[in-house]
Design a protein around this ligand. Structure first.
Ligand code: AMP
Length: 277
């Protein structure tokens, strides 16, 4: 496995990599969710590139950029064991040189849910992912369903801008109690970590109601709100039942829906979702 921190170095390795190239962008502090993307990329492609970059522009002013967990040595060991060929880990100065002023913005899709709660977040994500795509030039890029809106936004960006990359969305990997794996789970104290299981329980409830024939989206939101409300450590940011591609909030679920939520435990904001179909 080769590790490179400059754009020029990455381009050089890319120019001699076996085709096709699969790419897994991450912010590091890896877990089995990230590794599932690497393994999928390994199966689909002749070369696998992963990036580790805690992207400052996708964090809001009062968010956790400084505190975001980092452990490069452990990450590199995990990536190597999972079969990664090249790791790109640029500095912020390499990605955002002086006078940087070009941004990629995706419209309405980025204004709701996570975008409503974090107004500059997706502009940071789409800009860095577009730049990484330009540097790595992958045939395929892998994203997790765990961040459902992000996967949709990247898919939209690639289609709208004619990027020559297939965006592949992979299933959410969970802990034994159902909590979605996330680098941010490390912020939770033991009590909050136990309480976080209520997210999966609320999604299970939505799935059960839908399986029984409930099509009223507001009823789902209400029942999930009531269930999470019983957990005193949980504070709901939003619960959404939305159309799977546009993320328009639904009144009636017709054939499918993305049920997603953001819930706070102390200062830690956790996301989870499930697709009803
Ligand atoms: P991050 O390092 O949080 O930016 O995540 C990098 C990639 O891993 C993103 O595409 C995430 O959606 C994906 N990912 C994070 N957690 C999980 C998980 N539990 N299951 C599947 N994919 C995940």
């Amino acid at each position: 496995m080769q590790v490179v921190d400059t754009i020029a170095g990455m381009r050089q390795l890319r120019s001699v990599a076996a085709e096709p190239v699969g790419f897994v962008p991450t912010m590091g502090y890896l877990h089995d969710g990230h590794l599932s993307l690497v393994k999928r990329a390994r199966g689909d492609n002749a070369s696998v590139v992963a990036s580790i970059f805690v992207n400052p522009t996708q964090f809001g002013e009062n968010e956790d950029f400084e505190d975001y967990p980092r452990d490069t040595k452990r990450d590199l060991n995990m990536l190597e064991a999972a079969g990664t060929d090249i790791v790109f880990m640029p500095t912020a100065a390499e990605v955002y040189p002086p006078h940087f002023m070009s941004w990629v913005e995706v419209g309405k899709l980025t204004e709701r849910l996570e975008g409503a709660a974090r107004p500059t977040h997706f502009r940071g994500v789409t800009t860095v992912v577009a730049k990484l795509f330009n540097i790595v030039r992958p045939a395929r890029a892998y994203f997790g369903q765990k961040d459902a809106q992000q996967a949709l936004v990247i898919t939209r960006m690639a289609a709208d801008l004619g990027m020559d990359v297939e965006v592949v969305t992979c299933p959410t990997i969970r802990e034994p109690d159902g909590v979605a794996m996330s680098s941010r789970n490390t912020y939770l104290n033991p009590e909050q970590r136990r309480a976080a299981a209520v997210l999966r329980q609320a999604l299970d409830l939505a799935e059960r109601l839908w399986a029984k024939g409930e099509e009223n989206a507001e009823r789902l939101r209400r029942e999930m709100t009531a269930l999470i409300g019983q957990q005193p450590l949980a504070e709901i940011d939003y619960i959404s039942v939305a159309e799977v591609e546009t993320l328009d909030e639904l009144t009636t679920i017709d054939s499918s829906a993305l049920v997603s939520m953001a819930v706070r435990f102390g200062k830690t904001r956790l996301l989870d979702n499930v697709v009803l179909k």
